[in-house]
Design a binder for this molecule. Structure first.
Ligand code: GLA
Length: 375
């Protein structure tokens, strides 16, 4: 293992050595892809001792160690021990998603009067960037220590026509584990031709610790009065539907499992929650879109974002067949995702906020997963 940055000595004045605070970035080999590309695994450790491991393959957060109310660290994200498992079959565990997070109906959209056909990989639809999305490419990684905490800058240039998308897209994703126990993700992108873009993050969280049962007892708050319903192939219908009086109303903290098995067409289509909520905040402004609390560990996670929507997915496709880290298995609904993003299938719904990016413009998206505890 290589230590890439000098340890930053923190102020120890008045503090016990047990809390000696230092932040660091280390790297080690995560193996070689089946195409022979070397992959590195970086570990960012902040002054509080929390750490995030990130793979240059797929920008994947493979491990996230966060303290509970008694100060005990647990890994709160699902994932694999080996690169080959991510390459073989991963339901986007911890991944950087692009060029377009979520589904585009039949993989088709038009822009400037031209129709584009994307790679389809999900029941005839295009999901999360297509067959070889940003979760399956190797990113250039540069570690940097910032004032906020240790950080990793990932860059990738997606060629014009990759997975069917127009324009050469130059993407930067900067992951910082701040000294306030926040995992902060900042994405920027530029293009040389009119195109569409919608980047997001796909960690499966279990605030009781990965492999520690299902997430149905977690309490969820979604600051949204509306959501975007889907059809039976999980494609957004284009409507914005009030959550009031439905199992989609999470405006007050509610246990995830409370209503998930209710008789409801939307829940039936997705096998649980797998929907986009319309964020109640000013567009483009960073604000809280979701909050999750796990009563036993006391861990709390707030999600802040600049994006107009957030996908809440209750891990309905997990079925216990994947063997995860430390041999843990991941049963039905044993992890949840909160993916801040633009609404699904936006290019085909002119009433949704635009996802177009033109030459000269810079796409920017900030997502923060902020951890704390509650007694
Ligand atoms: C997203 C989708 C889900 C599912 C998962 C991956 O969150 O919305 O339907 O495809 O990714 O399994």
């Amino acid at each position: 293992m290589k230590l890439l940055t000098p340890l930053i000595a923190a102020s120890l004045a008045g503090a016990s050595l047990m809390h000696a605070a230092e932040s660091s970035i280390t790297s080690k080999s995560f193996g070689t892809t089946t195409n022979g590309v070397k992959v590195e695994l970086y570990t960012l450790t902040n002054e509080k001792g929390a750490s995030a491991s990130i793979s240059s393959y797929g920008g994947i957060v493979t491990k996230l160690l966060i303290p509970d109310r008694s100060g005990k660290f647990d890994d709160v994200v699902l994932g694999f021990d080996k690169l080959s498992s991510y390459e073989k079959k991963s339901p986007y565990f911890g991944a950087l998603i692009g060029r377009y997070g979520n589904r585009i109906a039949k993989g088709k959209f038009s822009l400037d009067g031209e129709t584009y056909t994307l790679a389809t990989n999900n029941n005839g639809q295009s999901l999360h960037g297509g067959i070889k999305g940003f979760d399956k490419v190797v990113w250039q990684a540069t570690p940097v220590v910032t004032k906020q905490g240790p950080s990793l800058k990932l860059t990738y240039t997606s060629k014009d026509g990759e997975e069917g998308y127009p324009g050469t897209l130059s993407v930067t994703a900067t992951y910082t584990l701040t000294n306030k126990n926040e995992l902060k993700l900042v994405y920027t992108a530029t293009t040389d031709k009119d195109t569409i873009v919608n980047l997001t993050h796909h960690s499966y969280f279990n605030l009781a610790g990965q492999g520690n049962g299902d997430i149905l007892g977690h309490l969820l708050t979604l600051k949204s009065g509306k959501y975007t319903p889907i059809d039976k192939v999980l494609i957004t219908t284009g409507e914005l539907t009030p959550v009031k009086g439905t199992p989609f109303d999470f405006r007050k903290a509610t246990v995830i499992g409370d209503r998930i098995n209710q008789e409801n067409e939307q829940l039936k289509f997705a096998g649980g929650y797998d929907h986009n909520w319309v964020a109640s905040k000013l567009p483009g402004h960073l604000g809280v879109v979701a909050k999750v609390e796990e009563p036993k560990s006391g861990r709390v996670m707030e999600v802040l974002s600049t994006e107009p929507g957030v996908q809440f997915y209750s891990g309905n496709f997990l079925d216990g067949t994947l063997v995860g880290k430390e041999g843990k298995v991941y049963p039905f609904r044993s992890g949840f995702c909160l993916e801040p993003q633009h609404y699904p299938d936006s290019p085909n719904h002119p009433n949704f906020p635009s996802v177009e990016l033109k030459p000269g413009q810079t796409y920017k998206n900030t997502i923060i997963y902020r951890f704390s505890t509650k007694s």
